[in-house]
Design a protein around this ligand. Structure first.
Ligand SMILES: Cc1cc2nc3c(=O)[nH]c(=O)nc-3n(C[C@H](O)[C@H](O)[C@H](O)COP(=O)(O)OP(=O)(O)OC[C@H]3O[C@@H](n4cnc5c(N)ncnc54)[C@H](O)[C@@H]3O)c2cc1C
Length: 518
């Protein structure tokens, strides 16, 4: 099977030809953070690997996160309160992964300073000590120091915050990332390492030999064509859908998944002009809520409510009201309902504890388990994808007796972070600042290649998206539908519904001209 070069287009038809009715070492089902992670891990060990995704890459939970690369401040608080060493270890590991994510694609993941506003006098030392422990746990992976902030600084960070009710705040560092573009870049990186990947392809059933899973029956949802893929190992990374694939391996399986909905809102106002985020430390249902700078606007969320399994989980008025009510209780200029320019829900794949009373008390740790030769990887969080994949592939190699090299993703760089960044910056230096910044943030050192694809003309006045990007995204980033382009490549669909609608017509015309199957 052929390896894609860095200048080669991502042809879905070629991928299909190369995968259909073939055998590979590892077949991964699901193209979110977990699946793309296992894909990269297996390839880094010299194994042949195919990735099958029934929607678009990252269209499930993985494009709908809070976009934090984090160790989990909240889990640390639980670890301390419950004297839980496992949770403490979890935070420590996640902090090490945080650093790795920031290094493997600096254009897509960057350090973010956040501040926790504090109301009570006792709150300041409480948060200062807690966040000091967070710094300490990062050890050599630390990305910045936590510190106490004055009310004046809080007002600079968020001019609309109501400081009258505050004693001050405590700031700390975590990371922020572009979840959808990070995931798509992981898949493209895997293709350039010799892997094969198909979106809009569903696994309908599993193939078995003597009762053990040895492959999958797939349907290309764009052409209706069915085909099989045989594999030494089949790994189920379908997040919220994990139990559905497990049922194909073993009809007598014991279900373990539950899902909860996490809603985010995009506010069409830059509430955080310094580019620093706010962690609201208490909500009416005892959780935390984030207000984050996001591509010139403000991202707020999230919720945590029991939900039904769905590809397009809805956002209720109650959820929007809850988020706005919570934010507004900290502001003296409230966020208005008509300032919400986009909203979406993501389903948390939670590993169920049958005794748990609320979804907030279920574990976020990851699980690797086997059903008749099928291995499932689920739970965890975006930040820990690399570690989750390493654990999973280590396990699969052991139980299947497959010989392979060691995991080599510790220092991996994704596409866009592998070339000459100085030369790339120079090549786009003539562009207006907003376009330059946007291209760099989205494509890193591949920005000049993007530019070479077409026109520098803006798609919509006053917005940084340009025509060349559409050609690049359709030819080089595996996008098949207008939603793929708008929501998970350009990101405008999850930023501003009105601007996305204006661009949709151009996208549809381009997609019509350039057959996605070619
Ligand atoms: C609201 C919210 C906020 C979050 N915020 C953060 C955060 O800030 N930082 C962080 O680190 N983590 C965060 N997380 C957690 C993180 O987003 C998830 O842990 C992660 O995205 C899960 O990835 P996944 O690959 O397991 O699942 P998914 O992304 O859902 O991927 C599973 C994929 O499997 C595909 N699939 C299903 N069935 C089939 C089939 N039959 N054939 C082929 N494909 C199939 C689906 O289409 C889907 O794309 C958040 C989660 C939520 C819900």
């Amino acid at each position: 099977m052929a390896t894609l070069s860095s200048t080669q287009a991502w042809s879905r038809a070629e991928q299909l030809n190369q995968i259909a009715d073939q055998s590979v070492d590892v077949l991964v089902i699901g193209g979110g953070a977990s699946g793309a992670g296992v894909f990269l891990d297996a390839l880094s060990r010299g194994l042949s690997c195919a990735l099958i995704e029934k929607q678009d890459f990252t269209a499930g939970t993985s494009s709908r996160s809070t976009k934090l690369v984090h160790g989990g401040v909240r889990y640390l608080e639980q670890a301390v309160k419950q004297l839980d060493l496992d949770k403490y270890q979890l935070v420590k590991e996640a902090l090490a992964e945080r650093r790795r994510m920031l290094e493997m694609a600096p254009h897509l993941a960057w350090p973010l300073n956040l501040v926790t506003p504090v109301k009570s006098a006792i709150g300041l030392p409480y948060f200062r000590i807690g966040l000091g422990v967070y710094d300490f746990l990062s050890g050599s992976q630390q990305i910045g120091d936590s510190k106490i902030e004055s009310k004046r600084t809080l007002k600079q960070i968020c001019p609309d915050i109501n400081v009258k009710q505050l004693t001050g705040g405590v700031s700390y560092f975590d990371g922020q990332f572009d979840d959808a573009r990070f995931g798509v870049s992981m898949v493209r990186t895997g293709l350039e390492m010799g892997g094969h990947a198909l979106n809009y392809t569903e696994v309908n059933d599993l193939l078995k030999t003597e009762g053990q899973v040895t492959g999958a029956q797939c349907t290309d949802l764009l052409s209706g064509m069915s085909f099989n893929i045989r594999a030494k190992a089949v790994i189920n990374c379908t997040g919220p859908w994990t139990d559905k694939i497990r049922a194909m391996a073993n009809p007598d399986f014991k279900p373990m998944m539950t899902v909860s909905s996490g809603v985010h809102l995009l506010i069409n106002r830059n509430l955080l002009p310094e580019g620093r985020g706010i962690l609201i430390p208490e909500t009416e249902d005892g959780r935390v809520l984030f207000m984050l700078p996001w591509l010139g606007k403000t991202l707020v969320g999230t919720t945590d409510d029991p939900a039904e399994l769905s590809e397009e989980p809805g956002v209720s008025n109650d959820e929007i009201d809850y988020i706005l009510r919570t934010c507004n209780s900290w502001l003296d200029r409230p966020i208005l309902r008509d300032e919400v320019s986009a909203s979406w829900s993501g389903l948390r794949p939670l590993v169920a504890d049958p005794d748990a009373q609320t979804t907030a008390s279920l574990t976020r740790d990851h699980v690797v388990l086997d059903d008749n030769g099928l291995t499932s990887l689920t739970g965890g969080k975006w930040t820990t994808w690399r570690r989750m994949a390493e654990d999973c592939v280590d396990h699969v190699l052991k139980v299947k007796g497959i010989k392979a090299g060691k995991c080599d993703t510790h220092d991996i760089h994704l596409v866009g972070a592998r070339g000459d960044s100085l030369a790339a910056k120079h090549a786009i230096a003539h562009l207006p600042q907003d376009i330059r910044d946007h291209l760099w943030q989205a494509y890193g050192d591949r920005a000049p290649q993007v530019l070479a694809c077409g026109s520098e003309a803006r798609l919509v006045a006053d917005e940084p998206y340009i025509e060349a990007e559409l050609d690049w995204i359709i030819q080089f980033e595996g996008a098949c539908t207008a939603e793929d382009v708008l929501n998970r490549r350009l990101r405008v669909g999850m930023l501003d519904d009105a601007v996305a609608e204006k661009i949709r017509r151009v996208v549809a015309a381009k997609l019509g001209k350039e057959s996605v199957a070619a």
